[in-house]
Design a protein around this ligand. Structure first.
Ligand code: NFE
Ligand code: MG
Length: 596
């Protein structure tokens, strides 16, 4: 059937259907079905979250001061970000102000996550869509060394170093144990890197695997552990004790210096390894311009990294807030998360029930009631679906919309908004990358643009970690060691009924938690998560979501090796645990895992 969607896409689901399930190298349970035309170009795309969880339901009736600890279990990947969002929502509801130090520490925690998550994404979740590991076996280690030294002064770049890496890889392959490198579409003609670039990238894959665990030590110092560090409504739970009185668990000068050293090394790794690799790899894929889809038309950011504590204005957010629709960079819309007309979630094509499914609900009025049923045109049994029916309900992910528009969220959204606002911190690095690669601005609106924006953001985040660490230490040296405000800790000091909203920019994009507190308990709790936006199914009007839109028009080099689908989906860094945030009691999966 051929259909035109209100958001401007032509869909044709008559051609050959290709199913990718699960979409691997990510957290989760994402199924993607596409229809190809006779030239193997994608003409219809369906994104389905195949796992059901229950966090919003579990939270009802609980103490709002504990909500962060529950919501943080939505995900161990974007660890901490749900907790931060939650404490912000509760503080907003109860009118609780936090100390300046708590704001700096929260920013450092969030930026640490951004830097670590982006690094892991680039090397471990996405690079192998561009890097052919098996081809690295044919590389000349000396030429690899010359290449590496031409793009960066990173110390590990000798011919012997790359020879050792290649030997390790050869032993892996000879044993038939490719480990993390199993099941790639190695040798696919869509891979374009010379063997030496592949070997360099594999070496850095291994280095990054080692280094990413260093970065998160910052969480273990300010938050006690990682994953799932500790948070607190009213501030941060870590005490600062620079006099070294021996208080157990306190942040002292030695710990602050340790963090400072990790920040320096994070900046160095990102600027000397990640960014040069990103540019080097991108330079071989300039012709691969696909995956823009919605991103060129509709992007959304709530803003984050507040310069000062207790100021939610857009001007106070170092990561910019705004919405752009219809691809019009000249007009940046204000975003108000309290406005019932702005953010709404639809369930018309999601496995949930609303009284009226033609309408969306603002999260303060949000409803989470599961309703699993397959459509009449579904082919196969629930446990062995061969083709799902996108005319019916087809996903555990709700469909969030901003003023009715399906939006892309994430690094590309944030950088497009920063660029459109003319903010030098965003505009200059984007212009430099485009100039270095000899590409027009339009190239940003693509899969590679999304991947590049994430790399630029990792660097931005690492440098901002340095800024907030210095700000924190200066404030401590000036005599302010406060990290928490307990003034409104007791529920008897709270109004009878209040509502609050907390937001962050999680690594994957705009994240909001909406809470209604009545008689000291949670009456309603709704999370609208980055991957809920990006993996969204169709809505009541038939608008398709960002993943679906991004895939349209992409040709596959080989229809039975859907590498191009993985490239574009991975570029969003999908997290379905987050998107559905809702596990059957026994964790049962609803579709059998098959990769086709
Ligand atoms: Ni499970 Fe998460 C991020 C949040 S998103 S990874 O980033 O919030 O879908
Ligand atoms: Mg939700």
């Amino acid at each position: 059937m051929s259909v035109a969607t209100p958001n401007g896409f032509e869909l044709d689901n008559t051609g050959r259907r290709v199913v990718v399930d699960p979409v691997t190298r990510i957290e989760g349970h994402l199924r993607c079905e596409v229809n190809l035309d006779e030239g193997n170009v994608i003409r219809n795309a369906v994104s389905s979250g195949t796992m059901w969880r229950g966090l919003e339901v579990i939270l009802r009736g609980r103490d709002p001061r504990d909500a962060w600890a529950f919501t943080q279990r939505i995900c161990g990947v974007c660890t901490g970000t749900h907790a931060l969002t939650s404490v912000r929502a509760v503080e907003d509801a109860l009118g609780i102000a936090i100390p300046e130090n708590a704001n700096s520490i929260r920013n450092i925690m969030q930026l640490t996550l951004q830097a670590q998550d982006h690094l892991v994404h680039f090397y471990h979740l996405h690079a192998l869509d561009w890097v052919d590991v098996v081809s690295a076996l044919n590389a000349d280690p000396k030429a690899t060394s010359t290449l590496a030294q031409s793009i960066s002064d990173w110390a590990k770049s000798s011919p012997g170093y790359f020879r050792d890496i290649q030997e390790r890889l050869k032993r892996f392959v000879a044993m038939g144990q490719l480990g993390p490198f199993m099941n790639g579409y190695w040798g696919n003609p869509a891979y374009k890197l010379p063997a030496e670039a592949n070997l360099m990238a594999v070496a850095h894959y291994l280095e990054a695997l080692d280094f990413q665990k260093e970065i998160v030590k910052i969480h273990t110092i300010y938050g006690g552990k990682n994953p799932h560090p500790n948070w607190l409504v009213g501030g941060m739970p870590c005490a600062i004790n620079v006099e070294d009185t021996g208080a157990v668990g306190a942040v002292n000068m030695e710990r602050l210096n340790l963090i400072s050293g990790i920040i320096d090394r994070t900046i160095e790794f990102i600027d000397k390894v990640y960014l040069p690799d990103l540019l080097a790899i991108a330079s071989f894929y300039k012709d691969w311009t696909y995956g823009g889809g919605l991103s060129s038309q509709a992007v959304l950011s709530y803003g984050d990294i507040p310069e000062h504590a207790n100021d939610d204005s857009a001007e106070n957010q170092l990561l910019p807030r705004g919405a752009i629709i219809n691809g019009n960079l000249a007009e940046i819309h204000d975003v108000d998360l309290r406005d019932p007309e702005q953010v709404q979630e639809f369930v018309t094509h999601s496995w949930f029930r609303y009284a009226d499914e033609t309408r969306g609900l603002h999260p303060w009025d949000g409803v989470t009631e599961p309703n699993f049923a397959l459509g009449p045109n579904t082919v196969g049994e629930p446990t062995r679906i061969e083709a799902i029916d996108e005319q019916a309900k087809y996903s555990w992910v709700k469909a969030p919309r901003w003023r009715g528009h399906a939006m892309e969220v994430g690094p590309l959204a944030r950088w497009v908004i920063g660029y459109a606002k003319g903010l030098p911190e965003f505009k200059e690095p984007v212009d430099k990358v485009l100039t270095d690669l000899g590409l027009p601005l339009g190239a940003l609106f693509s899969t590679l643009g999304r991947t590049a924006a994430r790399g630029l953001e990792a660097s931005w985040a690492a440098h901002k970690m340095r800024y907030f660490q210095d700000k924190l230490v200066a404030n401590i040296k000036a005599g302010d060691t406060a990290t928490a405000n307990t003034e409104r800790w007791e529920p008897k000091t709270w109004p009878k009924e209040v509502r609050g909203v907390g937001t962050t920019e999680a690594p994957r994009g705009a994240l909001g938690h909406w809470v209604v507190i009545r008689d000291g308990k949670i009456d309603n709790y709704q999370a609208v998560v980055p991957t809920t936006w990006n993996a969204s199914p169709r809505d009541a009007a038939g608008n398709i979501g960002a993943y679906e839109a991004a895939l349209l028009g992409t040709p596959l080099a080989k229809a039975d090796e859907p590498l191009e689908i993985l490239r574009t989906l991975h570029s969003f860094d999908p997290c379905l645990a987050c998107a559905a945030h809702i596990l059957s009691p026994d964790g049962e999966e609803l579709t059998e895992i098959t990769v086709r």
